[in-house]
Design a protein around this ligand. Structure first.
Ligand code: ADP
Ligand code: MG
Length: 324
């Protein structure tokens, strides 16, 4: 039998190294010392088994993804992630499964190390598998990228390409049948999303607004439009996608994956036209594709067209837990 404390000590307690972490795991609360002049950016994301992931998922991927989706929120604010807490609810079968916990911690800590994020606390309870991470980052005073500052005339940009995660999920759910090489090419987008942390930091002085695409492009861009009180038009033919997704694009399901599928964790941001040169250079420097997909105008609502000017209508705009 293993106890909660065995699990914490064997799998999660590390020797904290960074001087800004005054007290890490082991007391009733952690103590941190934020850098002078910086604001703290704080965000939480929960992953629930059979809702956000299948319980048979590779635990190493799960450890990675649980942190990656939180890093993505920091990226969308332009913040530098620094600390995390991890609240785990584990069924007995996993609490007694060293191999599972070892793989989960590998996925989590390898990504944490890449971004120099320290695990400073959490909670461990028993129940149906769920993972809740809180992340704390730092951002220079007044510099955070908000959803509420898009301006008429801005270009709308997205990083990377969209839709592969949703396509991989549709395949797992047998809503589409992909060839095995197609599965190979889009599954990493679902299991190992890249949080665009560096890109977010570099956008601080270039973008007017930003959001990470977690619930689908239309829904997430919709949040920017609503909070900024502006309208937008995007061209579906400009929205970057993989060759795999493009092959399936004539099907409505693939269009849905591209425009409304969730789990992409790319950044969607708006920036004035004067920033095009900077952003093209940045794209080369970071080796991340950055693509203009439309523009912001005065008014309300989001229109989607194709290159021939025809309107595209979708039944659903994105994922919503209570209107699934
Ligand atoms: P308390 O009962 O005071 O809430 P706990 O016994 O839950 O404290 O936790 C003991 C210590 O271990 C705390 O510092 C807590 O933050 C940390 N902790 C618990 N679970 C985890 C976890 N899954 N990952 C990291 N730290 C954890
Ligand atoms: Mg506790």
């Amino acid at each position: 039998m293993c106890s909660e404390f065995d699990i914490i000590h064997r799998f999660f307690k590390r020797n904290s190294t960074h001087p800004a972490t005054i007290l890490g795991i082991g007391d009733d609360a952690a103590l941190i010392k934020p850098t002078d002049g910086m604001e703290l950016a704080i965000s939480t994301d929960t992953l629930v088994a059979e809702r956000h992931f299948f319980s048979h998922v590779d635990p190493e991927d799960l450890g990675y993804k649980s942190l990656a989706v939180n890093l993505s929120d920091m990226a969308a604010m332009g913040a530098t992630p620094r600390w995390a807490t991890l609240s785990l609810t584990l069924p007995q079968s996993i609490a007694e499964n060293d191999a599972w916990l070892t793989a989960f911690t590998h996925g989590f800590f390898n990504l944490a190390q890449t971004h120099q994020v320290e695990l400073i606390g959490g909670d461990t309870t028993s129940g149906s598998l769920s993972i809740c991470i809180q992340i704390l980052g730092e951002i220079e005073h007044g510099k955070a990228l908000r959803r509420s500052n898009a301006q008429a005339g801005d270009d709308i940009w997205v990083s990377g390409h969209l839709g592969d995660a949703a396509l991989a999920l549709a395949n797992e759910q047998k809503r589409i049948i992909l060839k095995s090489e197609e599965v190979q090419s889009c599954l990493p987008a679902l299991n190992r999303p890249q949080a665009r942390v560096k890109l977010g930091q570099k956008l601080i002085n270039a973008a007017h607004s930003a959001i990470d695409v977690s619930d689908g492009l239309m829904a997430d861009l919709g949040h920017i439009l609503k909070q900024s009180n502006v309208a937008a038009c995007i061209n579906i033919d400009m929205v970057p996608c993989s060759n795999t997704l493009r092959t399936h694009l004539p099907q409505p399901l693939a269009q849905y994956c591209l425009l409304a599928g969730g789990d992409d964790y790319e950044l969607c941001f708006t920036a004035p036209k004067a920033r095009r040169t900077y952003l093209k250079q940045l794209s080369q420097e970071l080796m991340i594709p950055l693509t203009i997909i439309g523009n912001i105008s005065a008014g309300k609502g989001l229109r989607v067209k194709n290159t021939h000017g025809q309107h595209i209508m979708l039944e659903s705009k994105g994922y919503d837990h209570f209107h699934a």
